[in-house]
Ligand binder design. Structure first.
Ligand code: DAH
Length: 355
């Protein structure tokens, strides 16, 4: 038997036994690879005497074609099998019951920040942010509160280094400084965010939230401040009329300064905003002190402005009837699922969307 016939018989037998793609590819290269058995037979053809050459080469070509076709067919079959097997095993059973899932809730503070941002954006304020870790200059000095100023003591500051150069910001007012240093007037911004003071009881937490407001332009006066706050409070508490009073106060960064109280009434243990004879303090404000403007390179003889700082947690407590501030930050899931908001709920204070 010639070598060619032997190779053919041997590999036809091997082929019958193989049912694995890897093995068949291996077998393919044993025959047709660079020094494969069939390839080697082709190389020998040149040295065969001319009488035999024709018969042998046609024998070799036949063997090559037969083996080649069989191998390709087998590879094809095996690949189809593999796909079918996958389809069968990975079939999706659409009749299975769905997986249970819990929908998260929006924290009241996040909700109130969204409401505040949306209300102020209606009258042209944009939202700015600043870092929780501030330097002493932005938090105090630039805001007209130099070293040894008594107002620094009121803030119970968390300092981060021995030299008292870095601290956790005690209010959102440093965002005023950052915004004005980074831009040119006019400015019309609010800056909501976290603030920190070493203080803790039923109405104070060491971490709390404020929103700062700043409007600087030519010819801004206290009437603008009053109008702006009146609008905000009515929108936020969703009432048409509000009782509001400005009480003289002191902040180093404003002159004159005021604290704002709103009128309320207690009905069946509930606080009703806008009615009644009781007063509740909700924010501090004033006209930006000329020294602050000078510190941030704004000319106080050309520009004036008002600023305000509101406690966000307090607003959330008032609007949504929550009476212990500490629960806000305990991450108790039961509390959150009671006081939290459905992500798909749209409160009416999102004007435009719901009205
Ligand atoms: N930063 C003040 C505080 O934390 C609040 C405040 C008062 C901010 C008056 C202002 C302002 O911008 O004008 O107590």
């Amino acid at each position: 038997m010639s070598d060619i016939i032997k190779i053919k018989e041997e590999y036809l037998n091997k082929l019958k036994e193989i049912s694995d793609l890897k093995e068949i590819n291996q077998l393919k290269s044993e025959l047709f690879g660079k020094s494969g058995k069939i390839s080697n037979e082709f190389k020998k053809i040149g040295s065969i005497n001319p009488e035999e050459r024709k018969t042998i080469s046609s024998q070799l070509n036949d063997a090559k074609n037969e083996l080649h076709n069989l191998i390709e067919k087998k590879i094809n079959d095996l690949e189809i099998n593999e796909i079918n097997l996958k389809l069968k095993n990975e079939r999706v059973d659409v009749t299975l019951p769905e997986r249970t899932f819990n929908r998260g809730k929006i924290h009241p503070v996040s909700q109130v920040i969204d409401e505040i941002s949306s209300i102020f954006s209606e009258i042209g304020f944009s939202v700015e942010e600043g870092p929780d870790v501030e330097n002493e200059y932005n938090n105090f000095t630039a805001l007209n509160t130099p070293e040894n100023h008594p107002a620094r003591d009121m803030h119970d500051t968390f300092y981060l280094d021995k030299n008292k150069k870095f601290l956790l910001r005690t209010h959102t007012s440093p965002v005023q400084v950052r915004t004005m240093l980074n831009g040119k007037p006019p400015f019309k911004i609010i800056a909501p965010g976290r603030t920190y003071r070493s203080d803790s009881d039923q109405t104070h937490a060491p971490m709390f939230h404020q929103v700062e407001g700043l409007h600087v332009d030519k010819n801004i006066n206290m009437g603008h401040l009053k109008g702006c706050l009146n609008y905000f409070i009515r929108e936020f508490f969703e009432v048409d009329k509000i009782k509001m009073r400005f009480r003289p106060s002191h902040f180093p960064f404003t002159e004159p300064s005021a604290e704002v109280d709103i009128g309320y009434e207690l009905k069946d243990g509930k606080i009703i905003i806008g009615e009644g004879n009781k007063w509740l303090e909700i924010l501090g404000c004033g006209m930006v002190h000329p020294n602050v403007l000078k510190n941030v390179k704004v000319n106080p003889s050309k520009y004036q402005g008002y600023a305000f700082g509101i406690g966000i947690d307090r607003l959330a407590m008032l609007k949504y009837g929550i009476n212990d501030l500490r629960a806000f930050f305990e991450s108790d899931y039961r509390w959150l699922s009671h006081f939290g908001f459905d992500p798909l709920d749209v409160p009416s204070s999102y004007r435009g969307l719901s009205r």
